[in-house]
Every structure is written in structure tokens, then in C-alpha cells.
Write a protein that binds this ligand. Structure first.
Ligand code: RIB
Length: 293
């Protein structure tokens, strides 16, 4: 039987504004358009796993007023049996996308910050050695979920986005896989130069598969002391939002599907490249059919 994937992560309603440039301090700027779409690093990664053909169960919290979110996630193939419907507002994000397709994101955690240890204990206790727990950094109680999963023999995959100081105190050497962008990697290593970042993280986490994404410069994989560079897939950038989430979801789904690291990275890079070619977070995540057509 294939390992199962449990994703403990955020669900946000994204309010996305197209702008010429990011609004500056003291400036009032008219946007060219506005749309409201589903997002959140956690939910995006669950949808990416599902669209990559994987089975994923999502531990999440959202407002009882936003039931369309559960419907959307379920229709996308995510197991929503561990979603809590709560009285608090859902998490949301205000996202500016500039003329180059780059984004700037302001988050409000809302329901994503209200997880209780007991519900995590109950959810994780259903999983066994060899199953995967995926974590990002937009919910509370990550350290507790990490400890529980490790003590039950689960493989923990961490995408510490957005980076914060709390991440530095996690037992990162116990991770199965760490997936970071360059800024996150630099923060974890307290180094700037990529070579030094790689050496420092490899020494800190000798048994962890470390993946550093470098945008259009590709990806660096560090595994068992070997460092491999993978080129990015070229893309016509429209909106980079959720490219990283697409990469993470596709990579894990591909590993669970039995692909080797480099094959999984190739698939994840191609999926992320397709994601940046269309607008929005979750709507831009491709299906495996789209990727292979
Ligand atoms: O990674 C993109 C996501 O970051 C957006 O969907 C937004 O909700 C923030 O969580």
C-alpha cells in the first residue's frame, strides 16, 4: 500500500489585485482589476497533490460562512473530512500582482491560528510509520504536530513559508524533506552565498532531503551528501503566486507515486512553470493531464 499524505495547513481567501507596481508607503494606488479566489499555502499544496494524482487529507479550519471552500477542495480531489467549520473568520490574504507577475502578500491568519492540540492528536494518531505529514508555516501548533508525527514514525515534510523565527527552534534534523526558497534557506543557514547555505544546511540536517528552489535558476537538491542542480522549465510569467505550492505538492505526490528524486523534481518544476503562466493561486495549479499534454 502507498504511504498516505496528511497535510496540516492554512486555508485563505485571496483578494488579488492587479497593479502596475506594489503600493508604496503613503501612496494611494488604483488597481487594474480585483478577484477573489481560494488560496493559502496549505490548501494550495493539498490541491496540487490532488491534481498531481495523489491522495491527500487536509487538516484545516475555516469559517462556517465559507462553505464554498470545502466544496471547491472536495471537487478538486482533497479529502475534507478533517476540516473544521468554525465561528471565526477564515484566513485571508491581500495580494498585489505587479506588471512583471511578481506578488506581494499581506496575510491575516484568522481561523488558521486557532488549532487545538487535541484535534491534531486525534488526526495524526490515525496515521502510521512511513506515512507523510506535510507542514507549512501559516498555522499555529506546527511544533506540536511535528513532534507527534516524528514520535509515530511519520515522515515530515516542511515548507517553512512564510519564514519566521519559530522555525529556527524546530528539530529540523528530524525532517524527511525540507523544501525552501533561497531566502528561507539563507535564513535557516544564517549565510548568504548559496554554496555556504548548502554546506551549512547539509551539515545541520545530514539525513534530510533538502530542496532549495531558485526560481528561474532552477533547483538544488541535497541528499546523502550529494548536491545536484536541476534546471528550471522556462515560462511566460503572468503571476508567480502559488508556484512554490505547486512545486511542493507535485514533488510529494510524485515521491509517494514511486518516482525517483530527479524525476519528481522534473515533474514539480514543469508544474510550477505552468502555474506561473496563469493568474491566481489555486486556479493556476495544473492537473497531471495538463502537464503531460
Ligand atoms: O503561496 C501563495 C499563498 O500565500 C496565497 O494563496 C496566499 O493565501 C498566501 O498564503
Amino acid at each position: 500500500m502507498k504511504p498516505r499524505i496528511l497535510n496540516f495547513g492554512s486555508i485563505n481567501i485571496d483578494h488579488v489585485y492587479r497593479v502596475d507596481h506594489f503600493v508604496q508607503a503613503g501612496e494611494t494606488l488604483a488597481s487594474d482589476s480585483m478577484s477573489t479566489v481560494l488560496g493559502g499555502k496549505g490548501a494550495n499544496q493539498s490541491v496540487a497533490i490532488a491534481r498531481a494524482g495523489g491522495d491527500v487529507r487536509h487538516i484545516g479550519r475555516l469559517s462556517e460562512a465559507d462553505q464554498w471552500v470545502s466544496t471547491y477542495l472536495e471537487a478538486s480531489g482533497v479529502d475534507i473530512s478533517l476540516l473544521e467549520s468554525v465561528a471565526e473568520p477564515s484566513g485571508h490574504a491581500i495580494i498585489q500582482v505587479d506588471r512583471n507577475g511578481e506578488n506581494s502578500i499581506l496575510l491575516h491568519g484568522g481561523a488558521n491560528q486557532g488549532f487545538e492540540n487535541a484535534s491534531l492528536e486525534s488526526a495524526i494518531s490515525e496515521y502510521n510509520s512511513g506515512d507523510y505529514l506535510l507542514l507549512q508555516n501559516e498555522t499555529n501548533a506546527i511544533a506540536h504536530a511535528f513532534d507527534l508525527a516524528v514520535s509515530q514514525g511519520l515522515k515530515v515534510v516542511l515548507n517553512p513559508a512564510p519564514m519566521s523565527n519559530d522555525i529556527l527552534s524546530l528539530p529540523l534534523e528530524k525532517l524527511d524533506t525540507l523544501i525552501v526558497n533561497l531566502g528561507e534557506a539563507q535564513a535557516l543557514a544564517s549565510q548568504d552565498a548559496l554554496d555556504q547555505v548548502v554546506d551549512t544546511l547539509a551539515a545541520k540536517m545530514p539525513e534530510t532531503r533538502i530542496i532549495i528552489t531558485l526560481g528561474e535558476r532552477g533547483v538544488v537538491l541535497v541528499n546523502n551528501g550529494d548536491v545536484t542542480k536541476v534546471d528550471a522549465t522556462t515560462a511566460n510569467v503572468v503571476d508567480t503566486t502559488a508556484a512554490g505550492d505547486t512545486f511542493v505538492g507535485y514533488f510529494i505526490a510524485s515521491i509517494v507515486d514511486g518516482l525517483k528524486d530527479l524525476e519528481a523534481l522534473d515533474r514539480a518544476c514543469r508544474a510550477a512553470a505552468l502555474a506561473v503562466e496563469s493568474f491566481g493561486a489555486m486556479p493556476s495549479i495544473p492537473t497531471l493531464d495538463q502537464l503531460e499534454s
